[in-house]
Structure formats: C-alpha cells, structure tokens
Write a new protein. Sequence first.
Length: 309
Amino acid sequence: MASLTPAERLRIAVEADETRLRMHRMTLLRSRPDIGDSELRGALMNWAGDDVELPDIRRAEPGALADMSAPRVNSLERAYARLADAFDSLEAPWALAGSLAVSARVEPRYTTHATVILPVTDDQVAQDIIEGLTGSGYKLLTLTERASFRPLDVEEGPTGDFEIVRPDEGRITEVGFVDADTPDRELFVDLCFHDSKIEPEIVRAADRLEILPDQSMPVARIGHLIALGLLSFSDQVRRPVPAAFEAMDQINSEKVFTGIRVEADLALLRGAAGDEDLALAKKAVDQMTERETHPGPNLRAELASFMRR
C-alpha cells in the first residue's frame, strides 16, 4: 500500500469504526429481528463505548438509525462488496472463512484478510477461477501446490520427522490474492481449494448472512472456523510466542503476524462456541485427521486443548 498521509490514515481508521458498527448492527438484527429502534441505538452505543468515535449515533434521534443502512459507504465496505461480487460471479459454491468470517459471526473488528473456501478438486477449474479473479482486478501473490508427506527414517528407525514428496504436477491447494483496485485499502484474499480436505462440508454447511446492509456472503459455521484455525498452526503459521519476534526477516514476520491474527480469531470463537459448535468442530477435526490433511499438528490434541481453555 502506498504511503498515506496522516489525514488518510485517520479516514481509514474512522471508516473501520463505521464498518465495525454496521456489522455489529446487522448481527443484532439477525439475532433479535424484533428489536426496537431505541433499544438498538442503546445497544450500539454500549457496544461502541468510548473507544469508537460515532457522533452520528450518539446524536441520532429515534428513527435516525435508518441512515446506517446505506450500502457500500466507504472503501473498506466496497472492498468487501467486490469480494462477494467476484466470487458470486464465478457461479461456483464458496464460503467465507478466516478473520472476516469471525467478524461476521462473532465480533466485528478491523480486518483486511479474508479466506475463501472453494470445494474444487479439478486443477483446470481452479485455474479458471484464478484467471477469473485476476480479470476482476485481483493480483496473484502466491500459489501453493499439494504435497504429500512420508516418515523420514534412518538406520536406527523412525525419527518422527517427515519429508515432502511433491508429485510432478501438484494439485493447487491455496492461492493468495490482493485486491489491486483498492490501493488505499488492500484486501488480502486466500483461496483454499484442497487444503483441509473438508471444503465440500464447509461450503454445504455455510449460511448466507447479510454481514453489512445489502451485502451478503455465505459464511462458514463457527465449528468449521475453529477447525480451520487449529489447522493453521502448522509449519507455515507459528503460534505467537515472544521468542518468535527475535531477528525476524520479512517471511518469518509474516508468519508470526498471521499467527497472532489466527490466535485472536480462536479466542473470539472460544467465547462464542456452544455445544453444537464444538460438536461440529470435533467432527471436522476427525474428518481432517482421517483424510490425512497434514502430518502435524495433532488436531485432536489441539482441539482438546482449545476446549479446556
């Protein structure tokens, strides 16, 4: 992202607060469709507290909250809308996951990272989707192919380590994009085609939610978001520990900050998860383990630790 002036940074911060409030408003309306205007106004003010500067809400008279329903009012919401439009136009089933899904399901917060689940196993279809997104203004950043793993043995016996066995033509599992048409508000989008190996189940179970006024997306369920978050802590994403901040280069710092974001997502999901959500997370973890998604982490142990916290 280009260097921004202080005024531009302030505008972006204000827009982030606006979007968070509007997302929280939609969450309240979904959970309490009969809520009155005055009660809604009070709930929004209590949620915002003193940390969010929202003079329009604090001064609003009863009935004035309708002004908040104007769709796509700032650059962040336009980026989210472009995301939904781009994937809906592909005419392929998809579901939102990652930090943006956690914001939609649990607690709105400022995020410029979205994960999109696509149950695609055909590489040509995956390539067509990638080309379609690049034609829609998304810039390709990374592409990861499937790799299989086998135990690494020595003369004394198994070491517990694994080596990567990459086929001649690996199946595409993950793709990273950035929305190039929003230069002052980069939205990073990760596509997961065949990473968890439960993509079809995630997409079938997803609910289409109006996460912002006139802006809806299919959003993965809390149990699936928990399972995907736990899966993230592999060799590619490290848990945020103090030692990880020592002498970081650009690649390592990205892994650490990704870990911080995932840990924050899991903390919010932990507080919101009910018995049904945890049962779905357990089922998802069992499915991923049985399908040998990855040699590590031990997803069942990770989920047990998650549920104990």
